[in-house]
Design a protein around this ligand. Structure first.
Ligand code: PAF
Length: 374
C-alpha cells in the first residue's frame, strides 16, 4: 500500500526553488502498490530490510516520461530480482546550458499509472503461469528533488562549473560527448548518487543509449561498485524508430523522416554482414542513405519537408569507443548515429506536429551492434 514516507516534506519545501522539479507533492498522483521516496534515508531503511530478508534489488534509473523501452527494462529486472526500484528524476547536470531541460517531458501521473499497471501485470502473469516461478515487483519509486540529489551546491551545467562530479574520460568526450560536453559527467554523477542511494544488486540500462552503457560499465568497474550492469535490447516502433521520451515532440512528418537514422544504420549493418570491413564501405552505405533523404527533403516545399543535420555517424570499438578504420570480425563494433531534427519551417492546418507544435528541435540517437563473426 502506498505510504507517504518520511522525506516528502523535503520534497515539497525544495521543489518550488528548483527548476527541474516540475510538480509539487500536493499534485502528485498517489500510487497504490509501491512507496514513493523523496529522500535517501527512508529508502536506505527499506533497502536494509530487503537485504536482511535475502531479497534482491534491480534498479531502473529513468527521467520519467516512461515508454515501452523503460517497461522492457523493468520486465527484465522483474525476471532477475525480487524487488525493483525505479527512479524518476530529470537530472539537471546532464543538460547543457542551452539544452532542453525546461521542455523535457514531465508526466508523473501517467508514469505512475504505467508502473501500477505493470505491477498488476506481473502479479497476473505469475498467477497464470502457476509454475511457482516468482516475478519481482516494483517496490519503490525514488523521486528526489534536485536539493536532495545535489545537497551542498546548486547543480552546475557549465563545463567548468563547480561541484562534486564523476568524470569518465576519454569515453565521455567521444560521440555524444562531442556536442554535449557535460552530458556524461552529469549522467555518471547522478548514477553514482543513485547507486549509492539504492545499492542495487543489478542495474538496468537500454542498449539504445550505447555510449551511456559503456560509460556506466566503466564507472562500475573503476570505482568497484558492487552491482551488475545489465543491458536490455532497444525497443522500437513497428517502423524501426527507437523509442525515446523525446519522440513525443516529433509529430508525423518528422517521425517519418527521423526514421532515416535507423535506415542509415541498417544499410551500414548490411554492408558489414555482406562482408565489408572497412570504415569507408560501412559508413559510406549509411551516408548514402542520409544524403539521399536530405536531398529529397530539400527539394520539397516548406510545408512538406523536414530538414535535419547529421551530427555524427560512427563506427567504433565496443569497449573503448575509439573510431575504427576496419572492423575486426572477431571483435565486432558499434555503429551509432545522431540526427538533429530541425523545427518544422511551416505547418499545415490540422497537421499532427507533436508536442510543442513542431517547434522543438529533436535530437535522435540510435545504434546497432555489429556482432563478431564466428
Ligand atoms: O537514460 C536516462 O534516462 C538518464 O540518462 C539516466 C540514466 C536516468 C540518468 O539521468
Amino acid at each position: 500500500m502506498f505510504r507517504w514516507v518520511k522525506g516528502v516534506r523535503s520534497f515539497s519545501s525544495a521543489a518550488s526553488s528548483l527548476l527541474a522539479d516540475a510538480t509539487t507533492a500536493a499534485k502528485l498522483r498517489q500510487p497504490a502498490s509501491f512507496q514513493v521516496f523523496r529522500d535517501v534515508p527512508p529508502l536506505r531503511q527499506l533497502r536494509r530490510k530487503l537485504l536482511k530478508n535475502d531479497r534482491t534489488v534491480g534498479f531502473v534509473p529513468t527521467m520519467g516520461a516512461l515508454h515501452e523501452g523503460h517497461i522492457s527494462l523493468i520486465r527484465q529486472a522483474a525476471r532477475e530480482n525480487t524487488d525493483i526500484f525505479v527512479s524518476i528524476f530529470v537530472n539537471p547536470t546532464q543538460f547543457g546550458v542551452n539544452e532542453d531541460l525546461s521542455s523535457y517531458p514531465r508526466t508523473w501521473d501517467s508514469d505512475v499509472e504505467k508502473l501500477e499497471a505493470l505491477n498488476e501485470e506481473l502479479a497476473r502473469v505469475e498467477a497464470e503461469t502457476g509454475s511457482g516461478a516468482k516475478a519481482g515487483r516494483i517496490t519503490a519509486i525514488f523521486a528526489p528533488t534536485s536539493k536532495v540529489m545535489y545537497p551542498t551546491l546548486p547543480p552546475s551545467s557549465e563545463i567548468d562549473g563547480d561541484g562534486s562530479f564523476v568524470t569518465i574520460t576519454p569515453l565521455s568526450t567521444k560521440l555524444e560527448g562531442g556536442s554535449r560536453p557535460v552530458f556524461f559527467r552529469g549522467v555518471a554523477t547522478v548514477c553514482m548518487k543513485l547507486f549509492n542511494a539504492t545499492t542495487p544488486d543489478r542495474v538496468y540500462f537500454g542498449q539504445k543509449d550505447v555510449q551511456q552503457t559503456v560509460v556506466i560499465k566503466r564507472m562500475v568497474q573503476d570505482f568497484h561498485i558492487g552491482t551488475e550492469v545489465r543491458i536490455v535490447n532497444t525497443t522500437r516502433e513497428p517502423t524501426g524508430l527507437a523509442l525515446s521520451s523525446r519522440n513525443v515532440y516529433l509529430g508525423e512528418r518528422r517521425r517519418a523522416v527521423g526514421l532515416t537514422i535507423y535506415r542509415a544504420l541498417k544499410a551500414a549493418e548490411e554492408a558489414y554482414l555482406a562482408g565489408k570491413t572497412s570504415r569507408a564501405d560501412i559508413l559510406g552505405a549509411a551516408r548514402s542513405v542520409t544524403d539521399t533523404v536530405l536531398a529529397e527533403q530539400h527539394a520539397l516545399s516548406k510545408t512538406e519537408r523536414s530538414l535535419f543535420e547529421v551530427d555524427y555517424i560512427s563506427l567504433a570499438d565496443p569497449d573503448s569507443l575509439e573510431e575504427l578504420d576496419f572492423v575486426d570480425a572477431a571483435k565486432g563494433g558499434v555503429l551509432s548515429a545522431a540526427l538533429k531534427m530541425a523545427p518544422l519551417e511551416e505547418t499545415k492546418p490540422g497537421e499532427d506536429c507533436g508536442l510543442g507544435d513542431g517547434k522543438v528541435p529533436v535530437r535522435l540517437i540510435d545504434n546497432l551492434i555489429l556482432h563478431p563473426k564466428a
